[in-house]
Design a binder for this molecule. Sequence first.
Ligand SMILES: Nc1ncnc2c1ncn2[C@@H]1O[C@H](COP(=O)(O)OP(=O)(O)O)[C@@H](O)[C@H]1O
Ligand SMILES: [Mg+2]
Length: 313
Amino acid sequence: MDGAVDGQKTKAAGGRGALGPRGRGLFGRLLEGLRAAPAPRNEAMSIAIASGKGGTGKSFLATSLAVLLHQMERRTTLVDCDFGLACDHLLLGVKPTLTLQQLLGGQCTLDQVLMQTPCGPRLLPGASGVRRMATPTDKDLIAFARELGVMAGREDALLLDLGAGIAPATVLTMLGADWIVLVTQPEIAALVDAYAVIKCIAQLNQKARFLVVVNRVGTPGRGELAFQRLTEVAKTNVGVELHYLGEVPDDDSVMQHRLGQLPLVVTEPKAPTSVALRALTERLIQLCGGLQQRVVKGEEGIEARFRQHRLFL
Ligand SMILES: Nc1ncnc2c1ncn2[C@@H]1O[C@H](COP(=O)(O)OP(=O)(O)O)[C@@H](O)[C@H]1O
Ligand SMILES: [Mg+2]
């Protein structure tokens, strides 16, 4: 991260007195700031899949993207960051015995929890129905940042499937990612909520990079119209430029009816929805500069960004 953020960090730590918001001492925070900057390293491009409104199709998109990126020869891990209400394992046809909950609790290692899915990408499954996971502690977040750093060192693409809305851990994951894919629908409630997310993130990081997918489009071309409205509002009100990734049709065959059923892009690769998802993935690769590992300075990697941004939540 740049010097401005370091400066803010020192100010934030000093301004809040000896104890941080989650009970960490000023001394510990200062020591953290003084740690030698880690060496440059190769790291995956990280992409957070987010939305304002719930049920817009984030998990459907995230799992489809993970499979397609794998098919396009990008080393890919999907991380289920819907803290407390995870479901990506169901959509990718695997049954986890260990989840992010045990990983963050120190009860297992990253390699024990990571799953190879039948369609190719790896999955870090999340916990479902665990209230404690819905509000991760500062210790959880630091452990999560460290594991994200390890995964980023191994992959080309790190997809982070989020829960809806602006809960602190969700906002933090968006701030830590290289790109944010906002999944919305061509209806006013979803567009208004998408704008609310953009506004919230832009207040914390004006340089955040947003891509927009309009899902469940009934009439071809409606997605682009919805995007134009959203981009105009975002530009005028918060000075943020959005990029259009594409639209996905509203299609009943998206729904997976039984456990073990694989995603549509695998079962019906030639269906119009799969074709649209493939075009969208190709555009994502193009917009993200090839979507492969690149060199980052140690203090600019995902772990460092995550640790720094968490000081402002
Ligand atoms: N393009 C689509 N056409 C039809 N149904 C869809 C489409 N995208 C998602 N859905 C359905 O909408 C519901 C919510 O999708 P999901 O991916 O779980 O949303 P989120 O992760 O944003 O909560 C699921 O039942 C899913 O099958
Ligand atoms: Mg979801």
